[in-house]
Ligand binder design. Structure first.
Ligand code: GLC
Ligand code: CA
Length: 564
């Protein structure tokens, strides 16, 4: 796909009014590379271990590039692999311009980059913007004295008597302020105390962090996933947040993050970051937790000049397999004006097969969910292991928990270990991930749920992914077509057209445990023909079906092409 794309590259120079020489790669119809790409999130600790220390690494990722290529992946997002004390498993960065020795070296990164690029796979890095590790040289300087050069790079404030400056609580439990006895002030951390928030109002912080992105662009990365963008800025007046009824899972009072999340200043930084991204033909993906589409809309920017790809987590938060709920959420994000970004799960969200599985038909449901998010208008970001139907492997005893939020919040909050377990490659010990002791245990299901076994089984979840991804890459309507909802009052079957000029693809998803019959009249959409030719289905049957009476087995999928 990458090579095909290069053939279509147009150079649009002098595009913006500042006459800043910009180079944008777009296809003949104005699509950017990331609109046609399939992204795949890799949690490096858990993907593939090359040196048997039980922890995945960059050489391990490199050894699986051919697998990713054959699956149909165009870009990999690697969650943080920078030097880090690993308090939050890499989201506490102590040096933004290096690789943690447990994952390899910069030379390994360069090799990975070259090998990926040979295969047309781009690399997206994780940019942890909101905070650093408390072991970062910047923070070590900052906390050394009140007059330190970098004191103002973080958020230091006096307390109120013997209490913290205000009532803000950390999303990981406890006050968001930690007392520093040496310098007699509190520092602010939205996450753990080992993750002090940077002071983005300080121009020196802004510049240093922007330089980090340039440094990686020079190394060849194709963009960033921006971590925790919602919380870059805080109210300088440090007003108390409104307290809401009840307590959170850590036992802290619930509060509305009125003064420490989603401040308007975030958008100024995003616009600036976007300019640098555009100079590098790069994409910015946002970890954007939004309560509704109007909030999501803001992240695209008023003039489409902020994030190209803010993730729609509202889609991942649809909490049951419901045609009505998914239809509503898809329509909402589709009308937001930007390019939708769909994720089913990630390293912070319970795996989708657990959320939607009924315990009896999980394989069918995994294929159903794949057929949903891989056929929508927008870019999917897969999570490693989703393509084989990996399930959570949650800890059952507190002493086994690795993720600190699981230790603090046990038993209400078991942490995120369950969705971060090693990739299941084959049925050898530890699922072929390591010959050492894996950092998190592999569930017994690996004996059948693994890449090697599923490659041999044409009816596997993995084969469904491979076929759908291949289809998505070559079918114009799936790549660029509009989203048109069909049969909108059907509460069991979600159906839509992806319509592109004279062609269209019909997607029919039975989200119920019962057989269903559906009938389509595509006349209003300008498609008079009553037959569809099958592109993908999880049911048996012929290559042509009648659209006036389509019978669907429980949780089954039908995808077919219609034409005028
Ligand atoms: C983001 C990451 C999460 C991490 C947090 C703090 O939410 O996805 O894993 O714990 O940021 O950096
Ligand atoms: Ca290793």
């Amino acid at each position: 796909m990458f090579c095909k794309f290069v053939g279509l590259v147009l150079l649009v120079a002098g595009f913006c009014s500042t006459a800043l020489a910009q180079t944008q790669a777009v296809d003949a119809e104005g699509h950017q590379w990331w609109q046609h790409a399939v992204f795949y999130e890799i949690y490096p600790r858990s993907f593939m271990d090359s040196n048997d220390d039980g922890i995945g690494d960059l050489k391990g990722i490199a050894s699986k590039l051919d697998y990713l290529k054959s699956l149909g992946v165009d870009a990999i997002w690697i969650t943080p692999c920078y030097p880090s004390p690993q308090v939050d498993f890499g989201y506490d960065v102590s040096d933004y311009e290096n690789i943690d020795p447990m994952y390899g070296t910069l030379a390994d990164f360069d090799r990975l980059q070259q090998e990926a690029s040979k295969r047309g796979i781009r690399i997206i890095m994780d940019f942890v913007m909101n905070h650093t590790s408390d072991q970062h040289a910047w923070f070590l300087d900052s906390r050394s004295s009140r007059t330190a050069a970098k004191r103002d790079w973080y958020m230091w404030h006096d307390g109120k008597g013997s209490a913290p400056p205000n009532n803000w609580v950390s999303t990981f439990g406890g006050s968001a302020w930690t007392w520093d006895a040496k310098t007699g002030q509190y520092f602010y951390h939205y996450f753990y105390p080992q993750q002090p928030d940077l002071n983005w109002r300080n121009p020196a912080v802004h510049d240093a962090m922007f330089d980090v992105t340039r440094w990686w662009y020079k190394r060849g990365v194709a963009g960033f996933r921006l971590d925790a963008v919602d919380t870059l800025f805080e109210d300088p007046g440090l007003h108390d947040n409104p307290v809401l009824p009840g307590k959170d899972k850590f036992g802290d009072p619930n509060e509305e993050n009125l003064y420490n999340a989603k401040l308007p200043e975030v958008h100024v930084v995003l616009r600036d970051l976007r300019k640098v991204a555009d100079e590098n033909n790069a994409v910015l993906i946002g970890e954007t937790w939004t309560k509704d589409v109007s909030e999501l809309k803001q992240y695209y920017g008023d003039h489409g000049d902020e994030l190209q790809m803010p993730m729609d987590f509202m889609f991942a938060k649809v909490d049951r397999l419901s045609a009505t709920e998914f239809r509503r959420q898809i329509a909402a994000v589709d009308s937001a004006g930007g390019w939708p970004v769909f994720v089913l799960s990630n390293h912070d969200i319970v795996r989708s097969s657990v959320r939607y599985g009924d315990g009896k038909n999980n394989r069918a449901i995994e294929k159903l969910m794949a057929s949903l998010y891989l056929t929508l208008r927008g870019t999917p970001i897969m999570y490693y292991g989703e393509e084989i139907g990996m399930e959570n492997n949650d800890p059952v005893r507190k002493e086994d928990v690795k993720d600190p939020i699981g230790r603090v919040g046990w038993p209400q909050e078991k942490g995120r270990d369950g969705e971060r377990t090693p990739m299941q490659w084959d049925d050898s010990p530890n699922a072929g991930f390591t010959r050492g002791t894996p950092w998190l245990p592999v569930p017994l299901s690996y004996k059948t749920v693994n890449v090697a076994s599923e490659l041999k089984d044409p009816s596997s979840v993995l084969h469904a992914y491979r076929r759908l991804l291949a289809l998505r890459h070559q079918n114009r309507a799936l790549l660029d077509g509009d989203y048109v909802a069909l049969n909108e009052s059907d509460t069991n079957v979600l159906s839509y057209l992806r319509r592109y000029k004279n062609e269209a693809v019909l997607v029919v998803l039975n989200m119920s445990s019962q057989p269903q019959r559906v009938s389509f009249d595509l006349g209003p959409q300008g498609f008079a023909v009553q037959n569809a030719s099958t592109l993908f289905t999880t049911m048996g049957g012929g290559s042509k079906v009648s659209l006036s009476h389509l019978s669907l087995q429980p949780f089954s999928v039908y995808v077919g092409a219609v034409s005028k």
